[in-house]
Design a protein around this ligand. Structure first.
Ligand code: NAD
Length: 270
């Protein structure tokens, strides 16, 4: 096989969860550019349709909730009915700590006060969601004996959050990064290893792609401090992940399974 052919996804179907989000949209674009027929799935049907329309030829949008097995079964049925196959699954949907009210964020996000309901919800979406999508959509891959599952992790699945990043220039802690997001992303990495070992003999590869922090209208001091402590001296751009994504999705990584590909500008090496 020629090198360029290794990266070619022509004729393959790729499902991306959380497709309407910041990185999901970019993952969809990269997969489509590499030739895949993309199925964009997220909670809102209008947003899914919009992403599919932006991608153009052959792309589909279909709403599903990654925590709801029935909606995932409907998604799997639709993917197979419309495209006849399922080769790539990108488990990208997740929730992050949501600091709704800056006035209470610091106290609420403090570990000692962190609400059980937020802890449970994050685990449900970020961990159970990855389990359910892999079980329900991945089953088709195991049945036919080929496929690539990419679970989106985070640097915080590997290293603890540095809480000083969330301090403003006056030294005030604006909020704390909670325990649940790193816990969930750590679980995603353990699950990736589990499934890689379990489905390796069935021909399904399972890897993690762990992004570093993406610049997205954060406060200036945060962007500057994040860049200062990152060896490549900047936050990520959404397009920084496309090379790694296509590598893991394609035959270019045919002998790679159970890996965690960190795309973080070196954030986790220091
Ligand atoms: N943005 C970053 O800095 C960053 C850094 C490291 C890792 N990540 C990871 O990258 C992935 C994408 O992050 P993002 O920044 O694009 O987030 P985002 O919030 O922009 O997008 C996440 C998408 O997931 C969807 N979603 C949430 N709950 C869902 C559910 N129950 N069912 C289906 N869809 C659901 C949301 O509607 C949203 O469109 C996540 O796994 C995130 O943890 C992001």
């Amino acid at each position: 096989m020629k090198l360029a052919e290794c990266f070619d996804l022509s004729g393959k179907t790729a499902v991306v969860t959380g497709a309407a989000g910041l990185l999901g949209r970019q993952h969809c674009r990269a997969l489509a550019e590499a030739g895949a027929r993309v199925v964009a799935t997220d909670l809102d049907p209008v947003a899914c349709a919009e992403v599919a329309e932006e991608l153009g030829t052959g792309a589909l949008g279909f709403a599903a909730d990654v925590t709801d097995p029935d909606s995932l079964r409907a998604l799997a049925g639709e993917v197979l009915r419309r495209t006849g196959r399922l080769d790539i699954l990108v488990n990208n949907a997740a929730i992050n700590d949501r600091v709704e009210n800056p006035a209470t964020a610091m106290e609420l996000s403090r570990f000692e006060n962190y609400p059980l309901a937020l802890w449970k919800r994050c685990l449900e979406v970020n961990v159970t969601g990855v389990f359910l999508c892999s079980q329900i959509l991945g089953a088709e891959m195991a049945r036919v004996g080929r496929g690539s599952i990419i679970n989106v992790g985070s640097t915080y699945g590997v290293v603890a959050p540095d809480q000083s990043l969330y301090r403003d220039p006056e030294g005030r802690q604006r909020f704390y990064k909670s325990a649940v997001y790193p816990t969930a992303k750590g679980a995603v990495l353990a699950f990736t290893r589990f499934l890689a070992a379990y489905w390796g003999p069935a021909g399904v590869r399972v890897n993690a792609l762990s992004p570093g922090g993406v610049e997205n209208h954060q406060e200036e001091y945060f962007i500057a401090e994040y860049a200062r402590r990152t060896p490549l001296k900047r936050m990520a751009a959404p397009s920084d992940f496309m090379g790694a994504l296509i590598f893991l999705a394609s035959d270019a990584s045919a002998y790679v399974t159970g890996a965690n590909l960190l795309v973080d500008g070196g954030f986790t090496v220091v």
